[in-house]
Write a protein that binds this ligand. Structure first.
Ligand code: C2O
Ligand code: CU
Ligand code: CU
Length: 466
């Protein structure tokens, strides 16, 4: 059924008749008033009905929030939904009370109510905001948007695109399949959909000119789908990961963006005028064109720009491993995971009893059945933490820590030549990674799998910093 729908859409060549330009040129502003509400948007194209969604200002993705590094963000969130909500600012190192986790850092914003978020993002980069109440349903229905903190001196590009990727599970009438949080999604790969969109459009086409240099900020807002993108003959240079600068490099494999992850690339459009070239995803067995570039007749320039593409370095405090406290964390459970028993609410239970309550995952044998659980890590402010994460399960898990970035040091025992900052590292099945960070931001912070169904099914914990 899923497959049939996908194929059926595949036959529609006319989907690309409108060719929107994705200019991201909203002028920097620090104050926003955003309303979470239901609306209808056309995701699949003119031959299908519009889809009923929940969106920030009724849009999918929600209103782009863009400010210049150093500016404060003041966001008034109005809840015009019929359910409680709250907004989390993913990847921002902000004060705990602004983190937007209802039931942990604030009460939920009830229908008809508002909440004012105010903070000054310490890092420039590509971030996003999303609901953190019943996230697997609220994000799954469209409650997310880009949060862009511009560098004061960005590298030169002819233009910038923000690509917010989502993965919808739609029925044949293009309505959202209303089976959020089902048992199979919880215990397997999460809610994998059948209609991948970029900026709320299926199979979009971006007009480009030969010779153009484009910065693309790619944000994966999917509940669960990971992406591995290839740009064909183009040579995108990765300049930032999870909002943090990296020394620009040309990836020798596809660019992997796990759920909740971000990658900034700088691409020189080297194709011929009037040619078309797709960006292809091949993370899973069936690869597909996510989006296409269509070259205009007129080239912009003959030879690519030769100016630097590097971003200024990160300002996050470097972990000093000589006085680090080490924590080893084992992730277990799920289908084919071999977890036999775990602790739920302080009691050892067999997997069957745990599963009856909707939980299937554990971190160090503890199932997260509430947000304000006993912390797995409880530490003093300023302490350096070294974290070893071992995935004993059969599924990938993008593991997200709130309020901090972590330095990714090694993958399966191989030290990275250049350790990099991450906030949502994708931990592949049976993989072990090592991370380190300075616990410099006081509060109770979630640390959870960003496959939103996995978090709801127990894959999370708390990091407490006092
Ligand atoms: Cu993107 Cu707990 O969040
Ligand atoms: Cu977050
Ligand atoms: Cu997971």
């Amino acid at each position: 059924m899923k497959r049939r729908f996908f194929m059926q859409l595949g036959g529609l060549a006319a989907l690309s008749s409108t060719i929107p330009r994705l200019h991201a040129d909203s002028s920097p502003a620090a104050s926003f008033s955003i309303t979470a509400k239901s609306s209808e948007v056309n995701l699949v194209g003119p031959d299908f009905p519009a889809t009923a969604v929940w969106g920030y200002d009724g849009k999918v993705p929600g209103t782009e929030l863009r400010l210049v590094h150093g500016e404060a963000l003041k966001a008034k969130i109005n809840n015009a939904l019929e359910v409680p909500t709250a907004v989390h600012w993913h990847g921002i190192r902000l004060p705990n009370a602004m983190d937007g986790v209802a039931g942990l850092t604030q009460p939920a914003i009830m229908p008809g109510e508002t909440f004012n978020y105010t903070f000054t993002p310490p890092d420039a980069g590509t971030f996003w905001y999303h609901s953190h109440v019943n996230a697997y349903e609220q994000v799954g229905r469209g409650l997310y948007g880009p949060l862009i903190i511009e560098e004061k001196n960005p590298p030169k590009a002819d233009r910038e695109l923000v690509w917010m990727i989502d993965d919808w599970r739609l029925l044949d009438d293009a309505s959202i399949k209303d089976d959020f949080g089902g048992g199979h999604d919880r215990s397997h790969a999460g809610r994998i959909g059948n209609v991948p969109t970029v900026n709320g459009r299926f199979r979009d086409v971006v007009k480009v000119q030969s010779g153009e240099r484009i910065r693309i900020r790619i944000i994966n807002a999917s509940n669960a789908r990971n992406f591995a993108l290839s740009f064909g003959d183009l040579s995108p240079m990765v300049i930032a990961i999870d909002g943090q600068p990296v020394t620009p490099y040309k990836p020798d494999e596809d660019i992997v963006i796990g759920a909740a992850g971000r990658v900034d690339v700088m691409v020189d459009m080297t194709g011929d005028p009037e040619s078309v070239s797709p960006v292809v995803d091949s993370f899973y067995r069936q690869s597909f064109d996510l989006i296409k570039f269509a070259y205009e007749q007129q080239p912009l320039r003959e030879n690519p720009l030769d100016s630097t593409i590097a971003l200024a370095g990160s300002v996050i405090p470097e972990p000093d491993l000589t006085d680090a406290i080490a924590h080893d964390v084992v992730i277990a459970g799920g289908a084919m995971g071999g977890l036999r028993q775990a602790m739920l609410d302080g009691k050892w239970l067999g997997l069957r009893e745990i599963a009856q309550q909707g939980y299937v995952w554990a971190m160090n044998d503890i199932v997260a059945n509430k947000l304000d659980m006993a912390p797995l890590i409880d530490t003093k402010k300023g302490q350096t933490i070294k974290l070893k994460l071992e995935n004993q399960t059969a599924f990938p898990h993008p593991m997200h820590l709130h309020g901090h970035h972590m330095k990714l040091l090694s993958i399966d025992g191989n030290a990275l030549a250049e350790p990099r900052w991450v906030d949502s590292p994708l931990l592949m099945p049976r993989q072990t990674i090592e991370l380190a960070f300075v616990a410099d931001n006081p509060g109770d912070w979630l640390f959870h799998c960003h496959v939103l169904e996995h978090h709801a099914a127990g894959l999370g914990t708390l990091v407490r910093i006092t």
